[in-house]
Ligand binder design. Structure first.
Ligand code: HEC
Length: 457
């Protein structure tokens, strides 16, 4: 728990600790000290030509990090030169000095890391999700609220006090190869966060203490093109829902972390995976799918939150005979990608979900899939209860640069006159098109109606 000292004292020096402390380490340190340091600091560091190192507050700091720094770098302009010992030897010597009684002046206190005894998690109703306004006490979904705006409505923090913000606690997760891109969810006293490759942690939101941890063994043969991460979970009822890198959707008990159900969303061996949080709407948990670098066919799927039964699936590539199928040449529709690895937004007023779709596969070879490739690079509006397409807008037909239009839409109401409403009527869905390759312009799509004629049948 290296970082806890920093949270409690605000002193970065207290976040580094001597990795060596056993009796054997101290014996190693004693040999080094007697050979190298004792001629100046005296036997057992009681002082000689150089000062005693025990029984007083040290002038150059007495935390582990400060001592390590003094020993390795020395005190410039004095006989205490740096480089008497190697960096590793410095830690051994420090272990010896600690054994002699050179105690750090500042001791760590503060909250423990052990499991807290929290009351059961609050049951989150759909109505609460609808009225959720992102803060100050809760953050119930990755986007803060269904509108996906990620704006924290919190007037407790303002220009007069923002400079006094300080760390309350730090919880350090096990280190992983993939970056942690998880948006933490705060519901009552619980904070839920996912950690790659397959863990969900519940922490006490007030102390940072761990309440539970769920860890899934992810198969070693998963196919992940880019980042093997997980961008978060979502809450509904008394459960936490999360997708996995091997393309499963899980329901966990929000108070204990116990697995309630586990559904295979797609076959990970083909290249499917789930890397973003699902969206919980009504009694459904709706998830997108990743894997556009592989021969996949994208979709958005809704599962019954209680039982885990598949309720609807919208395929983002129409099959022959369906509207839009003529936008894919040959058999390219079968493996054309157009996946949905982000998280959508939801409009309770219209009962529509809005979900961005990636580019088509193969990424850079449009000739392999002649046509506009619907619904790649689209914003989709689907009926949340049935998955039926209400409208779509294609930002980039037949993309051959892997641009993607996967961004989480942010829904805004525009009533004032201005540049936005000069072009589009309110209300609109705004797509902040921050592609991984290059940011493109902000696109606005009218959210109430189809903004482009639908595909011919
Ligand atoms: C050539 C003599 C000499 C040797 C060898 C030497 N030191 Fe020092 N050391 C000094 C002197 C003199 C000072 C006081 C520097 C000052 O003026 O702050 C000092 C300061 C220190 C301090 C800082 C004390 C404080 O009050 O902050 C530490 C810690 C220390 N030495 C540890 C060691 C260790 C461990 C070794 C062996 C790896 C070592 N020294 C080797 C002469 C020596």
């Amino acid at each position: 728990m290296q970082l806890r000292g920093l949270a409690i004292t605000g002193d970065p020096y207290l976040s580094v600790h001597d990795p060596y402390s056993s009796a054997q380490d101290r014996a190693t340190g004693r040999r080094i000290f007697e050979l190298t340091c004792a001629r100046c600091h005296g036997a057992k560091a009681r002082g000689g030509l150089g000062p005693a190192l025990l029984g007083r507050a040290l002038a150059h700091g007495d935390s582990d990090w400060a001592l390590y720094r003094t020993i390795t770098r020395g005190v410039p302009g004095t006989p205490m030169e740096g480089g008497f010992v190697s960096r590793r030897e410095a830690w051994f010597v420090l272990a010896y000095l600690r054994g002699l009684g050179a105690a750090p002046a500042t001791k760590l206190g503060g909250p423990s890391d052990t499991v807290a005894n929290l009351a059961p998690a609050h049951t989150v109703s759909f109505a609460e999700l609808v009225s959720s306004s992102s803060g100050p006490d809760e953050w119930l979904m990755p986007g803060g609220a269904y509108d996906g705006q990620r704006f924290a409505h919190d007037d407790q923090i303002n220009v007069s006090n923002v400079s006094r913000l300080a760390v309350r606690w730090i919880h350090q997760f096990p280190s992983t190869n993939a970056p942690n891109e998880s948006a933490p969810i705060v519901s009552g006293n619980y904070l839920y966060v996912t950690v790659p490759p397959g863990s969900v942690f519940a922490l006490d939101a007030h102390s940072g203490a761990q309440v539970w941890q769920y860890s899934r063994q992810v198969p070693s043969d998963i196919r992940i093109c880019c980042v093997a991460t997980n961008r978060g979970a979502v809450v509904l009822g008394d459960r936490v829902y999360v997708g996995t890198l091997d393309a499963h959707l899980l329901a966990l008990d929000a108070s204990t972390g116990h697995l309630v159900w586990d559904r295979t969303v797609a076959d990970y061996r083909v290249g499917y995976s789930i890397t973003s949080a699902p969206l919980a709407v009504h009694d459904l948990v709706i998830t997108g799918i990743a894997g556009a670098e592989y021969p996949t066919r994208g979709f958005i799927s809704a599962y019954d939150a209680a039982s885990g039964t598949l309720r609807w699936r919208f395929n983002t590539i129409p099959q022959p005979g369906e509207p839009g199928s003529n936008t894919w040449g040959g058999d390219s529709w079968k493996t054309g990608g157009a996946v949905t690895w982000g998280t959508g937004a939801y409009d309770p007023e219209l009962n529509l979900i809005y979900w961005g779709v990636s580019g088509a596969t193969p990424d850079f070879d449009a000739k392999a899939r002649p046509g506009d490739n619907l619904y790649s690079n689209c914003m989709l509006a689907l009926d949340a209860s049935t998955g039926k397409l209400a409208w779509y807008f294609q930002f980039l037909p037949g993309d051959d640069h892997d641009w993607d239009s996967i961004q989480t839409p942010a829904l805004i109401n525009v009533s004032a006159t201005g540049t936005l409403s000069d072009c589009w009527q309110s209300p609109i869905a705004v797509d902040f098109s921050m592609s991984s390759i290059a940011p493109t312009a902000i696109s606005c799509v009218r959210r109430r109606s189809r903004s482009k004629p639908g595909p011919s049948a």
